[in-house]
Ligand binder design. Structure first.
Ligand SMILES: O=C[C@H](O)COP(=O)(O)O
Length: 337
């Protein structure tokens, strides 16, 4: 029988407490590239995979606790549209959903009025319409940048893209790293690139997308995580959503432990964003319980944790409707998000 887990933390058991204003973490300033630390990093793949496999069966959350966890998940979603056929109309609809992620009557029944998603995530061209549509909400716009998803456009253009998106009002920038720097072990180049991207972001928070499905090994994932944190990343993020393998539990375990080690050594808390293919409420719960176990409750807040997801919200809304009414609605009723 599964071990039952309570809501995200004791202070968060009351859903009404869950969207009060939160303390915002000071930004990770980074540190000089530490090659000795990097060389010492190992990743025992079979142990990591074993641990990741047992996690979904070991923890379940039920009833009110589950509803509280699902509302927490919503507050941590970067509600995303990253399609070649994105239009301003689609982005406006997404932003309306970001402001009111769940039907009003359901939120009222849950005592969760005012709940919003963590951010709206779009390509540069959609930043201005998203900023306009979110005015007055305090929901930040995140822009994917630096030649997303491959990161192979000319370097000056990648830096300029960041500057254009922040000028257009993006408060968060999701950059893609150059995978070749990891695959060739050119850690200095990765560090320098990440530092330059962070500098170009100015006040905007920067999430480093590692594209873990293209890094070749879990050890490379651990080392790339560390280098990006040393270079000042505010978040490390698994994937663009466009690789053939996106967020996975083994990769999550490796990245969370890198975050834990970095915090233990420096005192800086770096955020985590799994992205790509996370579309079911039950998967979101597994990620949240993994965060709670590996990093603790402090990381279960939108300033340190996000889901990058285009279709997760719809499934969570269905589960919340079931929780409130006892009935499941058809998937088409939650078309956006
Ligand atoms: O960063 C966000 C991802 O691109 C979203 O991926 P998804 O469409 O598989 O949810």
């Amino acid at each position: 029988m599964s071990e039952t887990q309570n809501a995200p933390s004791d202070t968060q058991t009351d859903p009404a407490q869950m969207h009060l204003p939160q303390a915002v973490e000071p930004r990770n300033a980074g540190l000089p590239l530490d090659m000795a630390w990097l060389r010492s990093v190992q990743a025992n793949s079979s142990a990591i995979e074993r641990r990741a496999k047992t996690l979904p069966g070991r923890r379940t959350v039920k009833k009110d606790h589950q509803a509280a966890w699902l509302c927490r998940a919503i507050s941590c979603i970067d509600l995303t549209t990253l399609s070649g056929d994105d239009t301003e109309g689609r982005v406006r609809r997404l932003c309306a959903k970001a402001r009111q992620p769940v039907r009003h009557d359901l939120l009222e029944a849950l005592g969760m009025e005012g709940l919003t998603v963590g951010a709206v995530c779009v390509y540069h061209e959609m930043v201005a319409p998203a900023v306009a549509a979110l005015q007055g909400s305090n929901i930040p716009v995140a822009a994917v940048s630096t030649g997303f998803p491959a990161g192979l456009s000319p370097y000056p253009l990648r830096v300029a893209e960041i500057e254009a998106s922040t000028a257009a009002g993006a408060r968060e920038i999701d950059i893609v790293i150059s995978r070749r720097h990891v695959l060739t072990g050119n850690w200095q180049a990765l560090y320098d690139e990440m530092r330059a991207f962070r500098d170009a972001c100015g006040e905007a928070h920067v999430k480093a997308i590692l594209a873990t499905g293209e890094l070749g090994s879990l050890r490379n994932v651990a080392r790339a995580s560390l280098v990006c944190m040393m270079a000042g990343a505010d978040f490390i993020k698994t994937s663009t959503g466009k690789e053939s393998v996106n967020a996975t539990l083994p990769v999550t375990l490796v990245m969370l432990r890198a975050i834990r080690d970095y915090h233990a050594a420096t005192g800086w808390r770096v955020g985590y964003k799994p992205a790509g293919g996370i579309s079911k409420a039950k998967d979101a719960l597994v990620y949240l319980s993994m965060i709670k176990e590996e990093l603790g409750d402090r990381w279960l807040r939108p300033d340190l944790f996000r889901f990058g997801a285009s279709s997760l919200l719809g499934d969570i809304e269905r589960q919340l409707e079931h929780h409130v009414t006892g009935q499941y609605s058809a998937g088409w009723r939650h078309a956006v998000g």
